[in-house]
Design a protein around this ligand. Sequence first.
Ligand code: PMV
Length: 320
Amino acid sequence: MNLLNRQEAIGVAHSKLILVGEHVVVYDKPAIAIPFPLKIVAKLKETYGQITFSSNLYNGKLDTIPLPMKGLEECIQKAFELCQKPLEGVHIEVTSDIPVGRGLGSSAALATALVRGIYNYFHKSLSLEELYQLVGLAETHAHGKPSGIDMMSVASDLPILYQRTIGASPLIVSKPFHVVVADTGKIGDTKKAVNHVKEIKLRRPQLVEAIIDEIEKIVMEAKEAILTGDAKGLGCLLTKNHEKLKELEVSDPLLDRLVELAIRAGALGAKLTGGGKGGCIIALARDKEHAIHIARKLKQDEAKMVWCFSNISEEIYFVD
Ligand code: PMV
């Protein structure tokens, strides 16, 4: 094999934030997710022999990948099979800005970047159906029975309204929203949080079903607020959603503290985002300066990392 002109390709995916509706989306209710412009890049290079993998999580041969990442092996094997290529002769190098286990969709983004990279490498066109099928293999391993919102949102450049039984529809935002994200630094466990909600739903079905219905209402109102550019209204809905997530017992003291601090700093609203019990909060600010002000307050307190961006410009304008 001549490796002088080595073949190379990349696949890219971005992170995501669930704006409203996490957990209820598992019960076939709608939720809204937005793109978060942290990126993950998978670079594929021609090499000799077995498929090898390098990332900050694992370096080595694909077939000895650790158990928690086994879904990726399945996803890569299937992608090669669909491209009708033998599983060999490629090194995959992953670089990522997305912290792991913080409800930011890092696992779905990794699988999406890999699949896109493999199809680019073999010059094959990739349909959305194929992408979801392949990323679904990795996600099922990582989360058990995911609703699918993570993989839909990391593959979409627009905010989406997602419902398992219906699919994803893009939402066109009429005015920019200024978003602050703060990381507690604590790794959340989505599978455990989802199981916890399931358990309390079995014990107190009426109460939990009522909370689920209330969150569904919040999501539908949030959709209108996004479409009409009502940042203030959307902020109130975020805070209301956080209260409901607390009732579902998926928040924790650090998330609650950061939410309270953001609101004290004048945020239009704030809530945990993703599975909860660790991970990140999301807050809405009036404008760019206000977003940076809130982010600084959170960072001076317990937040390990903060980011600010506008969902229209698609760039992170403050990170600390
Ligand atoms: O992967 P996370 O932590 O963003 O959680 C996904 C959202 C949940 O609704 C909690 C789970 C799911 O499968 O939708």
